[in-house]
Design a protein around this ligand. Structure first.
Ligand code: FCB
Length: 469
């Protein structure tokens, strides 16, 4: 283990120890990535079931058909969370399980799974944190136009109400969407995630309708619960810094930050789309399909902003040949690789950027409590003969990023919790089972779970920080 990266420095107090009483400690998963049982109890296909069958779409031709078989092993998996001494478990509900086809009444057999999960968690003293949409759109809604179609936003709000009707008496915290940027951009522009479309206009329409669906769902959740609950949304954010101080590099970083971060944060928190992004899109012939009254709906007050952070990036406005326009005449926006340690995803490890990001959120979007709803890393795990993984690289990643969170708090950011991604190795979308993010190893041949060193480190860290109170 590289002690420089896992400890704060000889003789120095560890900032992690400043995380206060009441700070939430958790772990996160999502439905399609772990559940399997894709055709059981009335579940119908989602866009991911379809996408996995497109030749070449997912590494190794992997699918979520079985995944971690969590649908059948749920009580034991909850036991793993309990053994780690965590207070919160963030999971997502599969829309095609509880409302097959995306319309009409709830499917009681599908809802029953989440009902049992919530009771299992509460019985072990763990708070359930529900995410309503972690990318498994019912295929029938995609066939009807998907997120680029405005109607999908209304369908989402109806679905949200079905779930809160069933679980709202016991679940205190609700996240509408996970990472709308990924749904919109990876799914509809880059085509590397389901449903695999490649069209900027579709992606921008999807982004707007995702945000609209969120805004429509917020009051439905509050009304449906009939008691005070916390409602929020989770966004993936990355820092976008200029590679140099030239105006071209600064403009590339501005544009990347605009399309990646502010396009979501500004309407959600300030009720308006950022003018510079609107202008960038207009230059590409794309308009955000906003209708009268949409922005106040999207800006419905939230109780918590979920932040998922994995990496930060440097941007340049010139390509390697020094040109500032691409073949289509559009401004160059190039990611500049730094000589930094990387994860198995090839993501740069930049915990300082995490601190900067959180401090900036507190400054630009004040008054919104933050919870880190995902942070973690894939590495090339090497299990020993017993299946144990001494993942010192993951321990270092988690320690550095928790330290970054603590430093951001000390600098004024209102961060109230941290959830490691992920409890289990799981189906990592287009990477299939090749990339492992779990703090617990899953042997996919036997479905055996083995906590890695990072899980034990996390358990001990949480215990230590709590113990000093
Ligand atoms: C996030 C996703 C999550 C997982 C991690 C690695 O973007 O929300 O499902 O894939 O990345």
């Amino acid at each position: 283990m590289d002690s420089d990266r896992t400890s704060p420095g000889v003789g120095q107090a560890d900032p992690i120890d400043t995380l206060p009483p009441g700070f939430r400690w958790g772990v996160a998963t999502s439905s399609y990535q772990i559940e399997g049982a894709v055709a059981e109890d009335g579940r119908t296909p989602s866009i991911w079931d379809t996408f996995c069958r497109v030749p070449g779409a997912v590494a190794g031709g992997d699918t979520g058909d079985v995944a971690c078989d969590h649908y059948h092993r749920m009580p034991d998996d909850v036991g793993l969370v309990a053994d780690l001494g965590l207070d919160t478990y963030r999971f997502s509900v599969a829309w095609p399980r509880v409302q097959p086809g995306g319309r009409g009444p709830a499917n009681p057999a599908g809802l029953a799974f989440y009902d049992r999960l919530v009771d299992e968690l509460l019985g072990r003293g763990i708070d359930p944190w529900v995410t309503l949409y972690h990318w498994d759109l019912p295929q029938e809604l995609e066939d009807a136009g998907g997120w680029p179609a405005r109607d999908t936003a209304y369908r989402f709000a109806d679905y949200a109400e079905l779930v809160v009707d069933a679980l709202g008496d016991r679940v205190d915290t609700w996240t509408t969407l996970n990472e709308p940027w990924c749904s919109a951009m990876l799914g509809y522009v880059e085509g590397v995630h389901a449903p695999g479309r490649r069209n900027l206009g579709d992606g921008i329409a999807a982004a707007h309708h995702l945000l609209l669906g969120h805004g429509l769902a917020v009051p439905r959740l509050r009304a449906g619960a009939g008691r005070p609950i916390e409602v929020g949304i989770t966004v993936n954010l990355a820092t976008a810094d200029p590679a140099t101080d030239t105006s071209l590099d600064r403009d590339a970083a501005r544009a990347a930050d605009g399309l990646g971060n502010r396009l979501y944060l500004d309407p959600l928190i300030h009720g308006r789309y950022p003018e510079d992004v609107v202008a960038d899109l207009a230059a590409q012939g794309v308009r955000i399909p906003v209708e009268d009254g949409d922005l106040p709906v999207i800006a419905a007050p939230i109780d918590v902003l979920g932040v998922n952070f994995y990496f930060g990036q440097l941007f340049s406005g010139v390509d390697e040949q020094g040109r500032d326009r691409d073949a289509d005449g559009a401004p160059v926006r190039r990611v500049v690789r730094r000589d930094l340690p990387r994860t198995a995803m090839d993501w740069e490890i930049v915990p300082e950027s995490f601190t900067d990001l959180l401090v900036r959120l507190g400054r630009d979007y004040p008054g919104v409590p933050l919870v880190i709803t995902e942070n973690g890393a894939a590495f090339d795990d090497r299990p020993d003969a017993d299946g144990f993984v001494a993942d010192d690289d993951r321990v270092a990643y988690l320690a550095e990023h928790l330290r970054a969170v603590a430093r951001a708090r000390l600098a004024g950011a209102d961060v109230r919790g941290y959830f490691a991604w992920s409890l289990l190795d799981n189906f990592e979308w287009a990477y299939g089972y090749e990339k492992r993010f779990g703090i617990v190893r899953v042997d996919y041949d036997t479905q055996r779970r083995t906590p890695k060193r990072s899980a034990l480190w996390y358990r001990d860290t949480v215990r230590r920080v709590r113990g000093q109170r």
